[in-house]
Design a protein around this ligand. Structure first.
Ligand SMILES: *[C@@H]1O[C@H](CO)[C@@H](O)[C@H](O)[C@H]1NC(C)=O
Ligand SMILES: *[C@@H]1O[C@H](CO)[C@@H](O)[C@H](O)[C@H]1NC(C)=O
Ligand SMILES: *[C@@H]1O[C@H](CO)[C@@H](O)[C@H](O)[C@H]1NC(C)=O
Ligand SMILES: *[C@@H]1O[C@H](CO)[C@@H](O)[C@H](O)[C@H]1NC(C)=O
Ligand SMILES: *[C@@H]1O[C@H](CO)[C@@H](O)[C@H](O)[C@H]1NC(C)=O
Ligand SMILES: *[C@@H]1O[C@H](CO)[C@@H](O)[C@H](O)[C@H]1NC(C)=O
Ligand SMILES: *[C@@H]1O[C@H](CO)[C@@H](O)[C@H](O)[C@H]1NC(C)=O
Ligand SMILES: *[C@@H]1O[C@H](CO)[C@@H](O)[C@H](O)[C@H]1NC(C)=O
Ligand SMILES: *[C@@H]1O[C@H](CO)[C@@H](O)[C@H](O)[C@H]1NC(C)=O
Ligand SMILES: *[C@@H]1O[C@H](CO)[C@@H](O)[C@H](O)[C@H]1NC(C)=O
Length: 526
């Protein structure tokens, strides 16, 4: 019977842990970063120590205790960017991770910050608000006829996607170095959507800052991404052309019926939509049924015209052979509802009214798909696009980039990152380079994948919605391990245990003979 010594030793351990934790807390709260920040024109704002589990970002708790430092950096004449640096107490592994923003930004992406902090890779993590405040910009939600101050300030427009991450990164790296007395050996970036565009901006405009970049569902041709939203909205803005959710579900079900089995696996999924010959015209009612009901068995011609236009994507009115942005792929239809007005109202119309025409009464229905495209390119594209095909500075430095894109992403046409990867490969490495031997950028297409994770529609709720991109990037940067054997995806929104193998384009996952369909280990990339 030895209760006493056991209690005694537990108490000792508890005391030691408490003591250690309080040391970490006092190291944090007594840390004085003002001088180091000042050398980067940044101002110290405040410090807080978070014990394990003290932070809850939309349900994600911090699994490691950390020191939070807020700072403020002035840029250009009148603008300011707020950023946070999270310094883990114990697991710093000489790695720095910066995260990007979503949508119109204006707020720090704490959710991605806590995800990166919790990873076992030992990151010191930093994130900023992109140089403007959501609170001063309609809570970061664009809407028609709403004045968004940041879109009227050229410095803030430039900062938003092109420069925001680069503005805080040197100061944040310096703080990390001073806190641990060891600078990070490797610097990484992770962002999706607008954050994916910010990733391309880093590679293009700030190629020396990061060794590895994850750019998810990248909106890096931002001005034309906005055009694609407007295009889809205009194609479906009458009762005759609007595609209801049952109509969209019907089209996707028919595409799956035709193409699911192309890869030999019956999984309600098109592995590679480019290999799918599905044509929505084949669903024509041929005059027999004029009013679709809930049990749709065919499509009226105005629905077919609308669906084909969304498949095609926007083109110039003065030259219909000139594509302004790719269209949406077979199997993505079930997620298109957002394309039918919501995204135009949230992005295209605000960008046209505030940034391009500086006229809140501007009527987007009058957009001229020739002359106004040129105006948009000059007044918006110049400041918010990051589409250079020549990333040679980034490449020559030896930095690596992982791009991922959901095939059923309702925001970004999935063909865009493929098209861009091919152009970047040739312009950066050489005319004869191919995406297969590209040694600095790999693209992972996600069958059934949505925008930065789960698909909205129930159709694809079984698709794994988390992708192990960051560990793969770290392995590539630090060990030279090119992720050609694929990357694991997991955590579908339906809560099932399904995992899938994602492959570096143009490889696709192939089920091994007799393999378990829902286990990523059963697949190889071919
Ligand atoms: C620290 O500063 C940030 C940015 O201004 C602010 O959001 C936060 O509430 C501050 N935290 C404390 C503890 O003062
Ligand atoms: C974390 O926040 C979520 C809401 O975002 C809440 O449902 C959950 O109970 C919280 N968890 C804890 C441990 O406080
Ligand atoms: C950040 O700095 C700018 C310029 O120095 C200042 O105007 C602004 O109020 C500061 N913001 C915060 C949250 O301290
Ligand atoms: C900076 O702000 C001041 C005061 O609001 C204004 O007069 C000035 O024009 C601004 N400068 C720039 C470059 O935006
Ligand atoms: C569209 O349909 C709605 C109801 O379904 C109807 O109220 C409206 O008048 C119709 N609009 C046109 C232009 O036909
Ligand atoms: C309508 O006719 C076309 C051309 O004959 C055919 O391809 C299509 O499958 C038909 N549609 C339906 C729903 O049967
Ligand atoms: C639609 O299909 C359901 C189930 O197959 C059936 O119960 C219902 O009667 C059908 N409705 C119409 C209008 O055909
Ligand atoms: C703003 O747009 C409206 C609607 O297109 C137009 O009538 C008006 O003339 C425009 N205002 C200016 C100042 O251009
Ligand atoms: C790509 O950019 C680099 C400088 O960043 C330049 O030296 C090179 O000539 C460019 N390549 C092409 C094909 O334009
Ligand atoms: C590209 O390939 C073609 C045909 O094989 C060859 O003639 C050409 O020299 C190659 N160019 C470069 C830059 O290697």
């Amino acid at each position: 019977m030895r209760p006493f010594p056991v209690l005694w030793s537990l108490a000792t351990i508890a005391f030691a842990l408490t003591n250690h934790a309080s040391q970490e807390a006092s190291k944090c709260t007594s840390f004085a970063p003002s001088a180091v920040l000042a050398s980067y024109d940044a101002s110290f704002l405040n410090t807080t120590h978070f014990p394990i589990g003290a932070l809850n970002v939309s349900g994600i708790l911090n699994h490691v205790s950390f020191c939070e430092i807020y700072a403020n950096i002035s840029y250009e004449t009148n603008s300011s960017l707020i950023f946070a640096i999270w310094l883990p107490d114990t697991q710093y592994a000489l790695r720095f991770m910066a995260v990007g923003n979503g949508g119109m930004a204006g707020a720090i992406d704490y959710s991605n910050m806590v995800t990166q902090l919790n990873s076992e890779l030992g990151f010191a993590v930093a994130g900023g608000n992109a140089g403007h405040l959501a609170s001063e910009n309609n809570a970061g939600a664009g809407a028609p006829e709403v004045y968004l101050p940041y879109l009227h300030d050229e410095d803030q427009v430039r900062a938003w996607i092109h420069d925001a991450v680069s503005l805080f990164t040197p100061a944040a790296k310096a703080v990390v170095k001073h806190y641990y007395s060891h600078e990070a050996k490797h610097a990484y970036y992770d962002g999706c959507s607008t954050g994916g565009a910010q990733g391309f901006a880093l590679a293009e405009f700030h190629p020396d800052l990061f060794d590895g970049i994850v750019a998810g569902c990248p909106g890096n041709w931002y001005s034309h991404l906005a055009l694609s939203f407007l295009w889809s909205a205009q194609q479906t803005d009458t009762n005759a052309t609007f595609l209801s959710q049952p109509v969209l579900d019907f089209i996707t079900a028919e595409a799956l019926r035709e193409c699911d089995l192309i890869d030999g696996v019956a999984d309600n999924l098109i592995e590679n939509p480019l290999a799918c010959p599905f044509d929505v015209s084949s669903l024509a009612c041929n005059g027999s049924i004029l009013t679709p009901n809930d049990n749709i068995t065919c499509l009226i011609s105005s629905h077919i015209t609308a669906a084909k236009a969304i498949n095609q994507g926007p083109v110039r009115s003065d030259d219909p052979t000139t594509s302004l942005y790719p269209g949406f792929s077979s199997g993505s239809e079930t997620n298109w509802l957002l394309q039918e007005g919501t995204l135009a109202s949230a992005f295209s119309i605000p960008i046209l009214q505030n940034l391009v025409f500086n006229n809140l009464s501007y009527d987007a229905a009058t957009f001229n798909w020739a002359s106004d495209v040129d105006i948009l390119d000059a007044r918006a594209g110049t400041f918010i696009d990051e589409t250079s095909n020549n990333l040679s500075s980034f490449w020559k430095r030896g930095s690596k980039m992982l791009v991922y894109q959901g095939w059923a992403d309702p925001f970004n046409a999935a063909a865009w990152p493929i098209q861009h990867l091919e152009a970047v490969t040739r312009a950066t490495i050489g005319d004869n380079a191919t995406v297969v031997n590209n040694d600095f950028m790999k693209l992972f297409m996600i069958p059934g994948g949505g925008h930065c994770g789960a698909s909205i529609s129930a159709q694809y709720s079984n698709i794994p919605a988390e992708y192990d991109m960051v560990p793969a990037l770290v392995n590539w940067v630090e060990k030279g391990h090119v992720p050609l054997e694929g990357i694991k995806s997991e955590a579908p929104s339906d809560g099932s245990a399904r995992t899938r193998r994602l492959c570096a384009w143009p490889a696709v996952a192939k089920l091994k003979d007799g393999g378990e369909v829902d286990d990523w280990e059963s697949y190889v990339c071919e």
